[in-house]
Design a binder for this molecule. Structure first.
Ligand SMILES: [Zn+2]
Ligand SMILES: [Zn+2]
Length: 184
């Protein structure tokens, strides 16, 4: 474990080499987009065409020295989604994450990425929209207005298709493993 390494002064160079080898991803640049920061790591298996990966996932992967599975969700302890200091990040499961955010037991939720501003958000599944043949849900009324105006003016461009294809990140039913006794 990295935090147990107590380098002596003369070992410093050696330790730097070890630490360097343990870093999985070399973040070229951090880009702020919507609610989140994205790390530019083009070689990452889950990178977008532009090489973007959610920065908090890259930070955690570098810390753990392994890939996160899609079922592992990162929670921001202080709720600031751009505060990606390792001490602000916790690996959770979908259901545990749902519980922390006060989701209701047994209800379906969808984690979405806004096609207009790329912010990610979670909403009840039954609040997602269907528009013509293209199903998409935006993070806000204003993004929805901008995005649909763009479609009206320009039609469905390849970028628009990609944004819609990436709209739904995952759906989940909030079903905690250890269900607390019902309050009702
Ligand atoms: Zn969270
Ligand atoms: Zn948006």
């Amino acid at each position: 474990m990295r935090q147990h390494l107590k380098p002596e002064a003369h070992d410093k160079g050696k330790i730097d080499v070890i630490l360097h080898l343990k870093i999985m991803w070399n973040i070229r640049k951090v880009v702020s987009k919507g609610d989140y920061n994205y790390a530019v790591v083009p070689e990452h298996p889950f990178a977008t065409k532009n090489g973007y990966v959610l920065e908090h996932r890259v930070v955690m992967e570098n810390y753990l020295c392994r890939l996160l599975t899609p079922a592992e969700i990162i929670h921001h302890v202080n709720e600031h989604k751009k505060d990606n200091r390792i001490e602000n990040l916790q690996v959770t499961t979908q259901s545990e994450h749902a519980r922390r955010h006060g989701y209701q037991q047994g209800k379906m939720y969808a984690e979405m990425q806004c096609p207009e501003c790329c912010a990610t958000f979670v909403i009840p599944r039954n609040q997602t929209f269907y528009v013509k043949h293209y199903k998409y849900t935006c993070c806000s009324r204003s993004c929805r207005g901008k995005f649909s105006r763009r479609i009206q003016l320009q039609g469905i461009l390849p970028e628009t298709k990609t944004a819609i294809a990436n709209n739904l990140i995952y759906e989940f039913k909030y079903t905690p493993v250890l269900a607390a006794p019902s309050k009702r």
